[in-house]
Design a protein around this ligand. Structure first.
Ligand code: FES
Ligand code: FES
Length: 210
């Protein structure tokens, strides 16, 4: 057994500086790694990918998509640059604006803050996966009806977030909407229209007039 493959003699000690240096050393010594290597760190076997490209398999909108990606590539970059799914927008690229919102195992996430390699084995749904053929979904149509967009950069993320929010909270109050959609920002200030979308959908769901 090679040095770096030996179990940590004291698992309770956590990842020591020495372990870290060993892991870092592997990366530096092997510039192109096609498959995961396994090492022992803190008493556990850990798969180490990269720094070169590694095969990544994602399940997006019910389809299996594959690509060779460096482990640093985000889910957003993979969707837009490798799979031509450009609904999710790259605006802040740091997990603050929500323009890149997609669903991962039916929960909203910022795709710019998830590594593609971490999203393997999860069910990813993008804006494109919400549509019913060429038809707009009721939430999308409601955005149009209420003129709930200007530049449109935030709109795809808001539609994904609003769709999920209304599934979870079919009859929300205005306060519910403010809180439920607070992870998405609109720099054009179309919040009134977006709240009207959520309230209208809520009215329809509860049998009232739109
Ligand atoms: S681009 Fe991802 S949160 Fe802004
Ligand atoms: S419509 Fe421009 S940022 Fe929302």
């Amino acid at each position: 057994m090679k040095d770096h493959e030996k179990p940590n003699p004291d698992p309770s000690s956590g990842l020591s500086r020495r372990d870290f240096m060993k892991i870092s050393g592997i990366g530096a010594a092997v510039p192109l790694v096609l498959g995961p290597k396994t090492i022992y760190a803190a008493g556990e076997e850990v798969a180490v990918h990269g720094p070169g490209k590694a095969p990544v398999v994602l399940m997006v909108n019910g389809k299996k998509l594959t690509a060779q990606l460096e482990p640093r590539v985000t889910l957003l970059e993979a969707l837009r640059n490798n799979f031509d799914l450009t609904g999710a927008k790259n605006v802040c690229d740091r997990g603050t604006c929500g323009a890149c919102t997609v669903l991962m195992d039916d929960k909203p996430v910022y795709a710019c803050s998830v590594l593609a390699i971490e999203a393997q084995g999860k069910k990813i749904t993008t804006l494109e996966g919400l549509t019913e053929g060429d038809n707009l979904t009721p939430v999308m149509q409601s955005f149009v009806d209420h003129d709930a967009q200007q530049c449109g950069f935030c709109t795809p993320g808001f539609i994904v977030a609003t769709t999920h929010f209304l599934q979870q909270t079919p009859n929300p109050t205005e306060e519910d909407i403010r809180h439920g959609l607070s992870g998405n920002f609109c720099r054009c200030g179309t919040y009134n229209g977006i709240r009207a979308v959520a309230l209208t959908k809520a009215a329809k769901s509860s049998g009232g007039e739109a």
